[in-house]
Design a protein around this ligand. Sequence first.
Ligand SMILES: NC(=O)c1ccc[n+]([C@@H]2O[C@H](COP(=O)([O-])OP(=O)(O)OC[C@H]3O[C@@H](n4cnc5c(N)ncnc54)[C@H](OP(=O)(O)O)[C@@H]3O)[C@@H](O)[C@H]2O)c1
Length: 436
Amino acid sequence: MFPSGSSLAFPASLSSILGHAHRDHSEKEVTPVRRKLECCAKFGHSTPMDVTLVTLDRPAGQTSPKKPTRLQQLLRINRVSPVLSDLFMASLPPVQQVWLQKRRGDHTKSIELNTQAPIPALEPGHVLVRVRAVALNPLGVKTMSTIPSFARKFPTMLENDLCGEILNPNDSEFQIGDEVFGMSTFEDCLKKGRGALGQYILVKTENLAHKPKNITADEAAGITLAGLTAYQGLVDQCKITAGQRLFINGGNSTVGRFAIQIAKNLGAYVVTSCSGENALKVKSFGADEIIDYKRVDLPSYLVKNYTSNPFDAIYDVVGNILNFFPRSAPVLNPKGLFLTISIDLPKGLGSKMRFLFLLFNVAVRPTWLGGVNRKWKFVTTKSNKTQLNTLAKLASEEKLRVDVDSTYGFDQAGLFAAFDRMKTNKACGKIVVHVP
Ligand SMILES: NC(=O)c1ccc[n+]([C@@H]2O[C@H](COP(=O)([O-])OP(=O)(O)OC[C@H]3O[C@@H](n4cnc5c(N)ncnc54)[C@H](OP(=O)(O)O)[C@@H]3O)[C@@H](O)[C@H]2O)c1
């Protein structure tokens, strides 16, 4: 049996695995495992981690004669043969690397790499995931410097969206070694300090789906938050149906690109805004008409060109509500919804109060008090397993495409560059960090 914190290197070679197995187990025990390992090796799997892809269920009624190691207890692995279980446990290091936010502030002042973080113990309803790629969202950098300490738990593991492999399925529908994508929710970040930017993390089973085989881990990492946001906005809120007309403000953003593709799958006609240099790219996602928002005053342009053929819904990713919503009535059908997903509060308490007053004035004031004669709504995204599976299915059928803007390393230089890129608000696709 390998002691916890065993010196077995990760990843270990096949011969070293067998060497260790022979040292601690009888030939009779090792032979079937060797066959499996050799079979795995043929298919390019030679590490204990990879070996766990081939799950050897213990014969019914057989219990392990040995006292479980600390790590075994921690991870409650009991569905693989005792030998493989030992090998698997030994392949996990005793500690892991995670990026933490320690205090409120810009990333250059508030985040730190912890190289001695414990591997989390399992909890009901959660699985243990070996993270491979984490995709950043604007939410991360925005909340880093805005949410005060009393409203969130510190230290907090950074970011939400991820792609990885199941290490411990914890009696869920997943198997060891399944490739999955999903998120550690923002709520989990706030309340429990749980995020995605670590090597081994606990994720609620309901927030994960199988990774479509036809897309890369980088692409899959970028689906969840932006994809659910677009899906919930168009399907649950705007209730878009075939033949309807939709305006998407911000078609080149990740949410905007997903929204275009989902709307086209629903059979809608899509007009969208983006900067001229990205028009061709945005068109490739299926948009019917593109408006270069840098060359026109968007609300006036829409009124001039679309009043005779208004939209059934406006999906606003950009969030310039004070300027846009009050002028949207001529281009939005009376029963149409103006849905926004982004509100950037200005800095400073005074400015914030003034902004909120103006926002109330344009967005919430009833029509009989002179408010805008159209329905406005702001929504935040909820986790939803069924919708996540729908997004996975669309991606597997090549009806949902994710582009990767750029990829970065897990070290400080890599992560700082990734956050700097996010802050430009110019990314064309997902910004992805590779986890070692
Ligand atoms: N409410 C929620 O639950 C929720 C969930 C997810 C995201 N969000 C919010 O949704 C927004 C978009 O997120 P994302 O991940 O899609 O961002 P993103 O991919 O980083 O968006 C970047 C793109 O936004 C476009 N853009 C910037 N300013 C624009 C403008 N004035 N008009 C039109 N396009 C503009 C740029 O395209 P061009 O090159 O064409 O300018 C840029 O390439 C963020 O504010 C985010 O916080 C909210």
